[in-house]
Design a protein. Sequence first.
Length: 66
Amino acid sequence: MTLSAQGLGAARAHQSAGLALAAVATTGIRHGIYRFSSHEEMNCASEEALVDAIRLNVRARSRSGP
């Protein structure tokens, strides 16, 4: 895979936009090793982590004001 200047610029812009939108730098997933008995269980855990991350970001943004 080769990296082009255009591709790196696009990646930088994408990362900057994501960081600007995130008030809290977290994925919501705690460190550790996780073992799931099914893909469905893994998907549920991932969705719960995403909800936690969104909740933290919303709280942080509402505290900081407009």
